[in-house]
Design a protein around this ligand. Structure first.
Ligand code: AMP
Length: 426
């Protein structure tokens, strides 16, 4: 029979990498919690309509990339392709903005997009993100942008740039859409098939096209469609960021093609990531989203980062710290008859706060000792026939290759002394 492999575009988080994974998530939680954001965890499965409305028809995510299926009750459900729609739905469904305004939440978890798998692009990937909802203030936009920057900084990632643009408000974008349609309609025949569709459905999306990049370079800029008030808004965001020493690159071509986005849009790019995959993360203000989902109008701003992409860059830069040992000592029973005694000794050591692995396998003792060494253990606690008969154990210091025998009830200080000696030596 053929062995069953993982589904294409998915990957396993293996133990050697899980320390780095935990480090990244802890760093994100620390930055988020330092700013008053609390953890929210929403279902991976949502009604398809949530993403159709929130992410929008005419986007690649909705048109081509969703994992959508009909459940056994005949309802169309979708594995979430991004985190904002679910977080916003949850906040509004539970009326959280009534108690806290703004409500600040952070999240982490898997997302699904049926995309062509390549480096930095999977079908199941993970994001960490934040959402701040219930208030509109340029200082909240600046807070979210600064947090994104602080997070990347906390991971030790250098070589990043912060790209920021303003999408104005709904009236500005209506003006801008008009300008795009006016500009591109005469050259409709030169556009790719997707762009011809976008021209009708969602002209803002035109600017994301990679195939027609040359034509897009000539497109009108949204800055020319902004009202005085929108210009003041983005200027305040930039001024607030000016006080943080975060270098901001104004990028007039950075757009999000969705109608509910407003004012700030930003991305953090890394020099080592190329082409369409150059963003480590991005975010922005989405004041119109709540209404699109059928809830009372509620402004919001947030960001999301791709975990795998961050780990790719952090690994290449060597910024991931060595992880602490997962095993202080291995307790080995020499034969099956000592299994109980070994389990009791291990329990005693764990109660003292030590990380203990047991080895009741049928390999010979030298093999067990070599395996303990590979696990990074400092000591091996041996329970052989003699030891078990005397209620004792032999403690072997793997570094110094010394051994002492001790009564089992005196094990803790003996093992602790071996660990302490190991820690004090480089
Ligand atoms: P988006 O929701 O498209 O703005 O994506 C935010 C971030 O998630 C991106 O900057 C990437 O770091 C990450 N990301 C998006 N799609 C994928 C994917 N298919 N595979 C891996 N990471 C992704």
């Amino acid at each position: 029979m053929q062995p069953i492999p993982a589904v294409r575009g998915t990957h396993d988080l293996l133990p050697d990498v899980s320390g780095a994974w935990a480090w990244l998530h802890a760093a994100h939680a620390r930055v988020a919690e330092a700013h008053g954001y609390r953890l929210i965890d929403t279902p991976i499965l949502e009604h398809t309509e949530l993403f159709e409305r929130a992410v929008g028809a005419g986007t690649d995510v909705v048109d081509k990339e969703m994992f959508t299926f009909v459940d056994r009750g005949g309802r169309s459900v979708t594995l979430r392709p991004e985190g904002t729609a679910g977080a916003v739905r949850a906040v509004l469904e539970h009326s959280l903005t009534q108690a806290h305004r703004p409500i600040r939440v952070h999240y982490a978890g898997p997302m699904f997009r049926y995309d062509r798998p390549q480096k930095g692009r999977q079908r199941q990937f993970s994001q960490v993100g934040v959402e701040c909802m219930g208030e509109r203030s340029p200082y909240l936009d600046a807070e979210v942008v600064e947090m994104a920057w602080r997070f990347v900084e906390a991971l030790g990632i250098t070589g990043v740039s912060l790209q920021l643009n303003s999408l104005g408000d709904a009236a500005d974008r209506a003006r801008y859409r008009g300008a795009l349609v006016e500009h591109f309609t005469p050259m409709r025949d030169r556009l790719c098939a997707d762009c011809r569709r976008r021209l009708e459905l969602n002209p803002l999306r035109l600017l994301d096209c990679k195939r027609d990049a040359e034509l897009m370079a000539e497109a009108p800029l949204i800055a020319d469609s902004l009202s005085a008030e929108s210009t003041r808004y983005v200027d305040t965001v930039i001024a607030a960021l000016g006080a943080t020493a975060i270098p901001v690159t104004r990028n007039p071509r950075l757009v999000r093609g969705l109608d509910y986005y407003a004012h700030t849009a930003f991305e953090i790019w890394h020099v080592s990531l190329e082409g369409a995959q150059n963003a480590l993360g991005g975010g922005g203000r989405y004041d119109g989203l709540a209404a699109v989902l059928g809830y009372p109008e509620t402004p919001g701003v947030g960001y999301a980062f791709g975990v795998e992409r961050l780990l790719l860059v952090a690994t290449s830069l060597g910024t991931i710290p060595a992880v602490a040992p997962v095993c202080h000592a291995v307790v080995c029973s020499v034969a099956e008859a000592q299994g109980q005694a070994a389990a009791a000794a291990a329990r005693l050591l764990r109660e003292a706060g030590l990380l203990i692995v047991t080895d009741a396998g049928d390999r010979r003792l030298p093999r067990k000792i070599a395996a303990a060494d590979r696990l990074g253990a400092a000591a091996v606690v041996i329970l052989g026939e003699d030891e078990a008969a005397q209620g004792a154990a032999t403690v072997r210091d793997l570094r110094r290759r010394t051994e002492v025998r001790t009564p089992v009830d005196g094990l803790v200080p003996v093992v602790a002394a071996v660990l302490a000696a190991n820690l004090s030596e480089p």
